[in-house]
Design a protein around this ligand. Structure first.
Ligand code: AGP
Length: 613
């Protein structure tokens, strides 16, 4: 998820655009850049790293001009570095573009442009888009840039919010959106453009939210909106009534809550271009070249830490069921010191949100020395783990600002399910009908999570009821056992309450000694082959006066007669259930942490990326 800022008006554009980029830093970035037109000279400055690095780079340069566009990048195509940073120039050097989104058919467009003699200086889909537009503009004699933009956008597939400036038209910014947000602030003799209202609110509270498939032609005194059919659209002006501080989280109280609520969208983004429900197929180009080696492997070793390790445990159950390949899940920190037995050709799956976790990096290095093949499941594009992996799949969850991992975890699960299903059906270790059924269930996950999130107020009430518990057990069986561990970790991280996760059947082997009327046991008791046994475990707790909160499937009338409280989730296959069942546990931890007055985005003692051993 990148940050977009634009200004056109009577003021100097540079300070406004740069400040706007700083306000968008929460969206995460790995590089930043700015394009300015000083009379008829187009200047482009861009730099890997923080916005501060860009500011330093611009010091002493020509940053004059009353029109400017700026961008903070969260890489999707191409490593984070200077040449992949936005803005990108067309081959003529006269057009500059910034882009938030993904052009899915960029490879074909690039191939055609290369055959026409276009040259490319970056690995990005964005540079392809601006040259596609230029190609139409120059080859359709008499067409305006606006018309060329309209023609181009009808032919690209994907999501975009783009701003374009032309050296020969210093009095206009062209903008368009589909799938990625664009807000235009209405000033007097000036206009402000941005991915959200954060960079705008200090200048004006009158804004227009551009709709999908609309093009905006923005001049200092005029805003024209058109659809791709070249029909004028009336701009609908709304008044911002949120305070600046809140908008940085787009209205959410905390980044953690925002990221929990982003999960329907981030899982949709993760599946997009990979799970095709038209012909019910899965394409994972990131690991396709290694598919035969994976299926021929004697075993798969998963390396990870923390929440990512829990994703690995879920993957163990899924891969063993769908591919019948033995899987071992290792704490990276333990693996690296254990003089592990790794053979040439062993498959390592390294799971990491940040891609910078020192324990995981060193464990990977150890495995690589022994000839293992490294497959990365990473969120941060171009991160260290992404770079040292032989291949991999990005989760596309966008920047995760909250220290406790939520959307990145479900993104990891979505990627691991995609991979396990693809490998399993190709390996014929699951039937085509099971494959198709699970693809439908996976495609339904975003909507089912939306349904769970609608119950957030009820979950908040339950959280407030149990916020003063001193000790909590999380219990599940099968695919839900790793989710019990994840629920316990979330509660520990966010509320500082002591919590432990166990396989539900393990209670009778000792932990049940802890049960009394003060202990809360959270059961994941959704409909699956273990359901009856989990119900028995719940009854064992109730028989000893323990409190029970149960996560249950829609339609389950029985559990509510046993548990003190229930949280209902939509039914799905046990293999897909972890993606749903973790969401109420994320909300439970969040609301308890808030109830206790803690900084849920930056919990004590924690860091977002543990880059030390
Ligand atoms: C997640 O809530 C924790 N903050 C932490 O356990 C995290 O999952 C772990 O440090 C691994 O980080 P990574 O996924 O970036 O490698």
């Amino acid at each position: 998820m990148c940050g977009i800022v634009g200004y056109i008006g009577y003021r100097d554009a540079y300070p406004i655009v740069l400040k706007g980029l700083k306000r968008l830093e929460y969206r995460g970035y790995d590089s930043a850049g700015i394009a300015l037109i000083d009379d008829t000279k187009l200047n482009v400055y861009k730099k890997q790293g923080k916005v501060a690095a860009l500011e330093e780079f611009c010091y002493g340069k020509d940053v004059k001009g009353h029109i400017g566009i700026g961008h903070t990048r969260w890489a999707t195509h191409g490593e984070p570095n200077d040449r992949n940073a936005h803005p990108h120039l067309s081959n003529s050097g006269k057009l500059a573009i910034i882009h938030n989104g993904i052009i899915e058919n960029y490879a074909k467009l690039k191939q055609d442009l290369v055959s026409k003699g276009y040259v490319f200086h970056s690995d990005t889909d964005t540079e392809v888009l601006i040259n596609f537009i230029e190609d139409i503009y120059t080859n359709n004699a008499g067409s305006t840039l606006e018309e060329a933009l309209r023609i181009a956008l009808k032919r690209v597939v994907g999501a975009y919010c783009i701003l374009i400036v032309h050296e020969d038209e210093p009095e206009v910014i062209y903008a368009a959106r589909k799938g990625s947000p664009l807000v235009i602030g209405i000033g007097k003799g000036e206009h402000f453009l941005a991915s959200d209202a954060t960079p705008i609110i200090e200048y004006t509270r009158e804004v227009v939210y551009v709709n999908d498939y609309e093009i905006a032609i923005v001049k200092p005194d005029e805003l024209i909106l058109k659809n791709l059919g070249n029909e004028r659209q009336t701009p609908y002006i709304t008044k911002l009534d949120m305070q600046l501080g809140a908008i940085e989280k787009e209205g959410y109280a905390h980044f953690m809550l925002k990221e929990i609520f982003e999960q329907p969208a981030t899982i949709f983004d993760c599946l997009r271009g990979r799970l095709d429900m038209k012909d019910v197929s899965i394409t994972l180009s990131g690991i396709a070249a290694y598919e035969q080696q994976i299926l021929a492997a004697n075993r798969i070793i998963i390396l990870a830490c923390g929440t990512s390790w829990h994703a690995g445990l879920v993957a163990e159950y899924i891969i063993e069921e769908t591919c019948r390949i033995p899987v071992e899940v290792e704490y990276a920190s333990e693996f690296r010191y254990r003089n592990p037995i790794v053979k040439n050709g062993d498959i390592i799956i390294a799971i990491s949100q940040s891609g910078e976790t020192a324990d995981t990096i060193v464990a990977i290095d150890q495995a690589k020395k022994n000839g293992a093949i490294i497959l990365g499941v990473v969120n941060a594009v171009g991160s260290s783990i992404a770079r040292i992996s032989d291949a991999g799949v990005y989760t596309h969850s966008g920047p995760e600002i909250g220290v406790a991992s939520t959307k990145a975890f479900t993104g990891q699960l979505a990627v691991l399910v995609l991979a396990a299903l693809k490998l399993g059906v190709d390996n014929k270790t699951i039937t085509q009908e099971r494959f198709s059924y699970l693809c439908y269930e996976l495609a339904a996950v975003p909507d089912k999570i939306k349904k769970i999130l609608e119950d957030a107020p009820a979950i908040k009430k339950i959280a407030e009821k149990y916020a003063n518990c001193q000790d909590v057990l999380f219990l599940g069986r099968g695919y839900n056992f790793p989710i019990a561990l994840e629920g316990a970790l979330k509660l520990k991280e966010i509320s500082y309450i002591h919590a432990e996760g166990y396989p539900a059947a393990e209670m009778k082997h000792g932990p049940i000694a802890l049960v009394d009327e003060k202990l809360l046991s959270v059961f994941i008791a959704t409909k699956d082959p273990y359901y009856e046994k989990v119900i028995s475990n719940m009854q064992e707790i109730k028989a000893r006066k323990g409190m029970v909160l149960a996560i249950v499937s829609e339609g389950d009338k029985y559990s509510s007669n046993i548990a003190d409280d229930v949280i209902i989730v939509p039914e799905t296959d046990e293999l897909i259930a972890p993606l749903l069942n973790v969401v109420p546990l994320q909300l439970l931890a969040y609301y308890i942490g808030v109830e206790k007055g803690y900084d849920v985005d930056k919990p004590r003692n924690l860091a977002k990326s543990v880059t030390v051993e």
